[in-house]
Design a protein. Structure first.
Length: 253
């Protein structure tokens, strides 16, 4: 009952459905693969300026994961065992499930011309771990600093998520799916407790899933495709971060 009242069950279902829908549309259809490729190709607009930063952001994922696990263990030792276990669990489950899904379940058929290998890549395990680590740290943040922490979390997740696109490693669908997967596990284990009053979750998820489809249909110039990719990542990130700092649950759990 508590799960139903808190909104965790519908939020988890929403994130899981969005994750599956994104895969079904962008990975398993020809039009979706073309849209993914268009957005990926458009990322070349930022590669000259961001490629060096992207390499450093790859290393940041390891730091974030280690920090989240360490913070969870410290919190657990200091008496908030449940909160600490949730923080560690969301990182571990996100990484393991992303690797398992990518290599064992969610293949990528060769349906459209692509600049990357056709092999399994959805979702990005590195981005899933990075996003989960940020959500875990955010769930442990002091109540008085949750607003500022949330804003910083959005910036960090967007940078970590788009770095693999800029550095030729992943398609946009791979990183958006990874953020949604991390959000799913944060909700399931209780590191995030969304409520019915939190409208940012469904709206953010909706935008992140629909935007690539709009790109497929409209075929916009590179600048708009690039903006659409960034906005899809941003929308997914805002959705899961908003769930972690639910206005009805202002204190760390």
């Amino acid at each position: 009952m508590r799960t139903l009242r808190s909104g965790r069950l519908p939020a988890a279902v929403l994130l899981l459905v969005a994750f599956v829908l994104l895969y079904a549309v962008l990975v398993r259809t020809r039009a979706g693969q073309r849209a993914d490729e268009d957005i990926y190709t458009s990322a070349a607009l930022g590669r000259d300026h961001l490629l060096g930063l992207a390499g450093r952001l790859h290393d940041l994922v390891r730091v974030l994961a280690a920090a989240a696990v360490a913070a969870g263990l410290i919190v657990a030792v200091r008496g908030q065992r449940a909160a600490g276990v949730r923080a560690v669990a969301v990182v571990g489950l996100s990484g393991v499930s992303a690797e398992a899904l990518k290599h064992l379940v969610l293949g990528r058929p060769d349906l459209a011309p692509t600049s990357l290998p056709v092999g399994a890549s959805y979702p990005s395990a590195r981005v899933a771990v990075g996003a989960a680590a940020v959500l875990a740290l955010l769930s442990l943040a002091p109540a008085a600093r949750r607003g500022l922490s949330a804003a910083l979390a959005v910036v960090v997740v967007v940078l970590v998520a788009y770095a693999p696109v800029v550095s030729f490693a992943h398609r946009p669908s791979d990183v958006v799916g990874a953020v949604l997967l991390a959000g799913f596990w944060a909700v399931v284990v209780g590191a995030a407790t969304p409520t019915a009053g939190n409208a940012l979750l469904p709206s953010g998820v909706l935008v992140s899933v629909l935007l690539p489809g709009v790109v497929a249909w409209a075929g916009p110039p590179a600048e708009l495709a690039y903006a659409a990719g960034l906005l899809a990542v941003l929308s997914a990130t805002v959705a899961v971060v908003a769930a972690t700092v639910s206005p009805r649950d202002p204190t760390p759990r």
